[in-house]
Design a protein around this ligand. Sequence first.
Ligand code: AMP
Length: 369
Amino acid sequence: MNTCSFYIVERNTVLSSPRGICIDPIPEAIASYDLDEITLATLCSHTSLQIFHGAREEGFKTLGLAVGQIPKYYDAYPRAKPDDFLVVGSHLDVLKHAGELRDQNVILIPHGSLVEYLGADNFLDLSVPTFGNRRVLQWESDRTKSRRWLEGAGVHMPKEIRDPRDIQSPVIVKYHGAKGGRGFFIAKDYADFVKGIEPSAQYTIQEFVLGTRFYFHYFYSPIAKTGYRLRKGALEMLGIDRRLEANVDEIYRAGGAAVEPTFVVTGNVPVVLREKLLEEVFDMGRRVVEKSIDLFGGMIGPFCLETMVTDTLQFKVFEVSARLVAGTNLYPTGSPYADYVYDTMSCGRRIALEIRNALRSNQLTDVLS
Ligand code: AMP
């Protein structure tokens, strides 16, 4: 095996690949690309319909990475069906096709499922130019680091309780790495905690915040020169959703019977926010992006802050997702917010537009890693 063990995630910065697998520096890979023949590829799942649809709208060829077989549902949605498919035996097999993908001038568009199924280390090792800054993964997936990032940015988070014996009011116990709220539980005191905890698991205890949940779909462009300007580039907020979670959202229907609330994500609904709160929404987004620039060169493209607004109109951010979140699927042709910026714009299409703009201004390596 080749022993070189670095790749470039941003200009002048190298990041060790966790397994030391040699990855071509991305600018070098891009230098060998035919820029008139760029293909945008993603895994056939999660938010792929809006990614393919948006890429086509921006004039790119599209490639679907399908595991096992080509999903038949694309036949039902021809405007969001990729031009071509690469069928692989397993998610990990994507790694073996990196050379082939580069030969096809592929830029990979990550979404939540791609990163989850590939695994964070494999995603970092994948030597295919990828939209966004992959370095964000290390900050986003580790609850201690993400708290350092968010609190360092000056946004409010739910209080953390380090010692379960200090639980004096309702808390939510979150397992590390748990997806979609699975296994989370509420405890009102130490006895509740002991009763509910899975002893071998790693967990975080947070103050249980009561309020209204809003999940903001931001897009940060490091190359934009107009709009809501940041220290570098500009920030957009293209939509808001709220997740539907079983059974906590409908627990009132049990008529007060003693049912343990669970937080398993089952879907999403569109929401809008009181307009006067938008000022704070943009300020939170700005702080989180600018802190990310200081910490790891900045996240790029779509990200989501998962927030609670309390009855004193205070925002508490309980999670950051640094890629396209599934709630954006609500808005394939624009949201009540995207409509004030563009004629027809999904977050998937916004990624393709960013790549198109970067190509035009010769800044492609500024939005890839
Ligand atoms: P997360 O995995 O952090 O996105 O949390 C999953 C779900 O748990 C959220 O969508 C909320 O419904 C709920 N949740 C998370 N953190 C809190 C909190 N501190 N207070 C109240 N509910 C929370």
